[in-house]
Design a protein around this ligand. Structure first.
Ligand code: BDR
Ligand code: CA
Length: 315
């Protein structure tokens, strides 16, 4: 049985690694890509999504989504991390495909209605589209199998502020709506993705064995490596978004703790995800009747990376 998924994405260099993996995996059926602002403006992330699908040579619908957060001002786009074009300077100037007519929110709702109980939503950008879909179709949790999202940090520091990870701080109100809904969520946050360390050596092997897509990812990731080296002081990259896709089919590579999660929406800790393990007592109200969240706390990094290379090298 393949996993039917929708990837809600803001490509994004690590989004590109994730999308190519999902399109290549024989265990995953990608029903579509829905786009969101985040690593670049919505026009650019949508252009990049179309370019990635075209490059992969597959027929995969792309639906354009939200251009900004629900309530707050859009944060400056992180050109320092992903490049001005969100793709490390290698996004093609033109694409031949075009987006579907439906807005991303309607695409998600329609796909869920057409496949009740079968669709896994995989958001790897800000959670705006998912929150809007919940507001438009309150029965969405009954129609969706589960959500596997890249975002947040339970015990680790954030990567934008000491408190907050990028996808959550981009739209904390949307994230709070997602973690408050009555559904199953797996949270692939920095606690786990920081264990998955992509080196230049691994990317060189990917370029050698992964054909045209591997070579493209090597070019796109030069900027990502430079950011990690020059700004963060690391000689590897964190493999954030692909980890969420790999969790869908290889959860055994990750350790997780069943929890409730709430999001700080204001103040200097805005975007902080606070996890309460189900086994812990609290005297505070507000932690019940929320999403049942598997908070991933660690990952077997080499196993994740070996699996990625295996899938990208096959065929
Ligand atoms: C997340 O933020 C974005 O920059 C990446 O694409 C990833 O989704 C990591 O914090
Ligand atoms: Ca992303």
């Amino acid at each position: 049985m393949t996993e039917k998924i929708i990837i809600d994405t803001d490509p994004g260099i690590d989004d590109a690694f994730a999308i190519f993996y999902a399109l290549r995996s024989s265990e995953i059926e990608v029903l579509g890509l829905t786009t969101v602002y985040g690593n670049a403006p919505i026009a650019q992330t949508t252009h990049n999504a179309l370019a990635l699908v075209e490059r992969a040579g597959v027929a995969c619908p792309v639906a354009r989504g939200a251009e900004g957060p629900l309530e707050i001002e859009c944060r400056p786009y992180p050109a320092m991390v992903h490049g001005e074009d969100g793709m490390g300077g290698v996004s093609p100037a033109t694409v031949s495909g075009s987006v579907v007519e439906e807005h991303a929110v309607d695409f998600i709702i329609q796909a869920a209605r057409a496949n009740p109980g079968d669709v896994t939503l995989v958001p790897i950008g800000p959670l705006t589209n998912i929150a809007l879909a919940l507001q438009k179709e309150p029965d969405l949790p009954k129609l969706i199998k589960r959500v596997v999202l890249m975002g947040g940090a339970a015990n680790a520091n954030g990567n934008v502020t000491p408190a907050a990870e990028a996808n959550i701080i981009d739209d904390p109100e949307a994230a709070e709506i997602v973690f408050a809904a009555d559904w199953e969520v797996a949270m692939l946050g920095l606690d786990a993705t920081h264990d998955v360390k992509l080196t230049r050596e691994r990317v060189a092997v990917l370029a050698e064995k992964g054909g045209d897509l591997g070579a493209f990812l090597q070019q796109a990731s030069a900027q990502y490596f430079a950011f990690h080296q020059d700004v963060v002081g690391l000689d590897f990259c964190h493999f954030h978004d692909p980890s969420a896709l790999i969790y869908c089919v290889r959860p055994q590579f990750f350790s997780a703790q069943a929890s409730s999660v709430r999001v700080v929406t204001q103040g200097f800790a805005a975007g902080k995800t606070i996890a309460k393990p189900n086994t812990r007592f609290t005297a505070q109200d507000g932690w019940d009747n929320r999403a049942r969240v598997e908070v991933c706390l660690s990952a077997d990094g080499p196993a994740v990376l070996d699996h990625y290379l295996h899938v990208m090298s096959a065929g």
